[in-house]
Write a protein that binds this ligand. Sequence first.
Ligand SMILES: Nc1nc2c(ncn2[C@@H]2O[C@H](COP(=O)(O)OP(=O)(O)OP(=O)(O)O)[C@@H](O)[C@H]2O)c(=O)[nH]1
Ligand SMILES: [Mg+2]
Length: 443
Amino acid sequence: MFVDRAKITIKSGKGGNGAVTFRREPFVPEGGPDGGDGGKGGDVVFTADENLRTLMDFRYKRKYEAESGQNGMKKKRFGKNGEDLVIKVPVGTMVIDEASGKIMADMTEHGQSFVAAKGGRGGRGNARFATPTRQAPNFAEAGGFAKERQVILEMKLIADVGLVGFPNVGKSSLLSVATSARPKIANYHFTTIDPNLGVVSIYDNSFVMADIAGIIEGAHEGAGLGHYFLKHIERTKVLIHIVDVSGSEGRDPKEDFDKINSELEQYSRKLMKKPQIVAANKIDILGCTDPEDLEICDEYIEFKEYAESKGYKVMPMSAASGFGVKEVIEEAYRQLLEVEANPPEEYNELEYFDFAIDDVDEDYRKVFAEYDGENYIITGRQLEKIFNSTNFNDAGSRRYLFKYIENSGVYDELREMGIEEGDTIKLFDMEFEYYDEEYDYDI
Ligand SMILES: Nc1nc2c(ncn2[C@@H]2O[C@H](COP(=O)(O)OP(=O)(O)OP(=O)(O)O)[C@@H](O)[C@H]2O)c(=O)[nH]1
Ligand SMILES: [Mg+2]
């Protein structure tokens, strides 16, 4: 589950003390008591605000203190109440008391507010304690104590911007340079299988970016577990479509671009209606990381003109060197604000998507190994789902399956169980032989 979490200390204001004073009037040696009450200490209040998206700010400021009440004064003047401290949190934040572990509040609606630490009461001044038999009380009440507590703020992250593209085009690389997330980056397909989220900090705000697995042909029909991945971007508001403009894997960027869009479209028309920024990545390989070079960068220009003719904004980028990253992120943020200011109709019918995979228990993702005295058998529920959606005639789809198995660590388990080269591994209704060296799944 992707959650943003922050621990902060909150402290309400102390109540002001009541005053011990006596009237002083000419010719009256000892007037009556006139000490005023102390002011109430400020509360610490949490308010849910839909303009915030993450708990980023709480990483920098951890202590929050409301104002104390003023002490009472003579002539029965009351001390001023301390001001409440209002802490804005994103809608969806849970406020948890650290000491007890109890949820104090679940801030689900914009404007909802909740007092998490009450300010101390103002102490009563001595004027209040006068009675017929005690005409000159020489005491007053002290203000109530401030309350301090540690609270944990927690919210499920909701992805605002989704990264899409073929495998290996640099999606995770962009996430890693734009956020503090540290996804695995490697020069092979399907390095990323489970989505990674990162918080992009921009100007005074922040948004959440999701990096998902590479999309391959047939994804809309479930190839390479496409349904599962595409579902992850269904509720993002803006897409960044990353294309390897250098064609480093021998493909044509224009074709890549069309293929991904066609997968998106076939999966759901709504995906294609989302604002889409096209990031022409790996521009460094073309040697064009300079504005001047860009003007004569044929491959880039050709691609840019092509995508622009279809109505997209194309931006040059090199996630590896950082070139153009800032511009792409700024553009994504700009479009995010725009889309939020004028939400398309269909947003109303979608509740937000969070990445918590609640319907999936822990074992769902586990890959199990056993030995039946003859063969090694590997099973797993997610594995089965992937297996069933594998198109064995397609290299990408096949590789996805094998990469998944490899990433699961089950081979280590098999080796511990004593598997040797040439032994048979059973994978549902398929059998294959085990080889120690890295297998080239492309063949
Ligand atoms: N030269 C160059 N290489 C890049 C650039 N961006 C990413 N790469 C490399 O491309 C490879 C793939 O990068 P990733 O970020 O893992 O790609 P991905 O799209 O997340 O890949 P999958 O998760 O497998 O779909 C890695 O070797 C990166 O170092 C770039 O701008 N220039
Ligand atoms: Mg990746």
